[in-house]
Design a protein around this ligand. Structure first.
Ligand code: QAP
Ligand code: CO
Length: 169
């Protein structure tokens, strides 16, 4: 088991487009375990492989209070079921310390593969729908700050850049 380094905004590597997972091998199981360990350590509720500089379509998530509901989504696709949007105050391990309201489709179907490659579909609303859409954005090189005004995003960028400078010196 290993803790992975989490990339932080505005790191350009967070803009990489992830490629589909094709091999459901031992190496994939290790990456999944390391991603759970990294997410629980943070602590966070969702982590996309992009955030740990692995550019594969792979997401781990646990929305429970007590780490009892680990979920893996490999090669996820979504279908929007409701044109009602849902607003949620989002955060991100790659944008530490900042939370902003984002609006996304409220009810979706998620089709994905599990760690063994088996396909499944789940209907999602509420936090699960928010979280999977947030994490799938990472796989497309997108961040929740991209939905904010340029002014808000720039303010966050400057603050994080300053923090990174201080941490490096
Ligand atoms: C994505 O985010 C998410 O700022 C997962 O200092 C979040 O786990 C989807 C975290 C909210 C939907 C709603 C953030 C930890 C964790 C921070 C996370 C921080 C420490 C974020
Ligand atoms: Co995130």
């Amino acid at each position: 088991m290993a803790l992975l380094n989490i990339l932080e905004f505005p790191d350009a590597r967070l803009r990489t487009i992830a490629k589909p997972v094709t091999e459901f091998d031992e190496k994939l199981q290790t990456v999944i375990q390391d991603m759970f360990e990294t997410m629980y350590d943070a602590p966070g509720i969702g982590l996309a492989a992009t955030q740990v500089n692995i550019h594969k379509q792979l997401i781990v998530m646990d929305l429970s209070e007590d780490k009892t509901d680990p979920q893996v989504f490999v090669n996820p696709k979504i279908e929007v079921l409701s044109d009602e949007d849902f607003d949620y105050e989002e955060g991100c391990l790659s944008v530490p310390g900042f939370y902003e309201k984002v609006s996304r489709p409220g009810v979706i179907n998620i089709t994905a593969q599990d760690a063994t490659g088996a396909s499944f579909t789940v209907k999602a609303d509420g936090l699960l729908a928010v979280c999977i859409q947030h994490e799938m954005d990472h796989l497309d090189g997108k961040l929740f700050v991209d939905y904010l005004s340029n002014m808000k995003r720039n303010r966050i960028k400057k603050k994080l850049e300053k923090q990174h400078r201080l941490a490096a010196s």
